[in-house]
Write a protein that binds this ligand. Structure first.
Ligand code: DX5
Ligand code: ZN
Length: 220
């Protein structure tokens, strides 16, 4: 399959959100990546249901909602009602991950589990058959614009090997520090979904940058 691009709205201009959404609707972006932070699981706070609901009104692409919050099981139904299509929780934030994964699926959303840079891939072995996606953090979650962690390639290789054995349909999403210098290498290693925030919204022509991420052609 061709890889997917999920621009992170964390780096969008929130005073012009409708304009930014329209721009991404018209671009080759596949999903809209929305970063939800609670100031506890990560040191930063972003936005919640009211903002997701507003985005949903204008978005013509699936909402890829990345929860960086503790005890996400408290809010699964609220995120569904706000408009999430793909809901990703952190492994490190869930005591009863299996139950939380089933909860997300039972509400008809696609389910993802995310790993922080220090969390080994093998810990997902028993839950992997139940997942649609694994999101590998390639920076420590909390902020846009951080430097890509090189160890991510090793984790993609390990996850790819595991998914070939036990879940061939698994999507591997990479989030953090994705740009022209690593996008192609990530896809070659086995990633299927690239998240990019500052690289897309910090560029002069965000739609053109999405196009480049999609074609992996950064020369022209
Ligand atoms: C970081 C978030 C990312 C962030 C990526 O905690 O999960 O989605 O927006 O931003 P860039 O692409 O700028 O690293
Ligand atoms: Zn994210």
């Amino acid at each position: 399959m061709q890889h997917l691009i999920s621009p992170s709205f964390l780096s969008a201009d929130f005073t012009n959100l409708e304009k930014e959404i329209k721009l991404m609707n018209e671009s080759e972006a596949d999903w809209f990546h929305l970063d939800i932070m609670d100031g506890v699981f990560v040191p930063n706070i972003t936005f919640g249901m009211p903002v997701i609901k507003q985005i949903k009104k204008h978005a013509e692409k699936p909402l890829d909602v990345h929860l960086m919050i503790v005890q996400p099981e408290r809010y699964i139904e609220d995120f569904k009602n706000a408009g999430a299509d793909i809901l990703t929780v952190h492994y490190e934030a869930c005591t009863h991950l299996h139950r939380t994964v089933q909860q997300i699926k039972s509400l008809g959303m696609k389910v993802g589990v995310s790993l922080n840079p220090h969390t080994p891939v093998h810990l997902l072995e028993d839950i992997l058959p139940d997942l649609d996606m694994v999101l590998l953090m390639s920076v420590n979650p909390g902020f846009g614009g951080q430097k890509f962690i090189e160890n991510t390639y090793k984790k993609i290789n390990q996850l790819k090997a595991l998914s070939e054995k036990i879940n061939k349909n698994l999507l591997i999403e990479i989030d953090g520090g994705v740009d022209a210098s690593n996008a192609e290498k990530l896809i070659d290693a086995g990633a299927n979904v690239l998240v990019a925030g500052s690289f897309v919204f910090g560029s002069k022509n965000p739609a053109e940058t999405v196009k480049k991420l999609k074609s992996l052609d950064f020369i022209h």
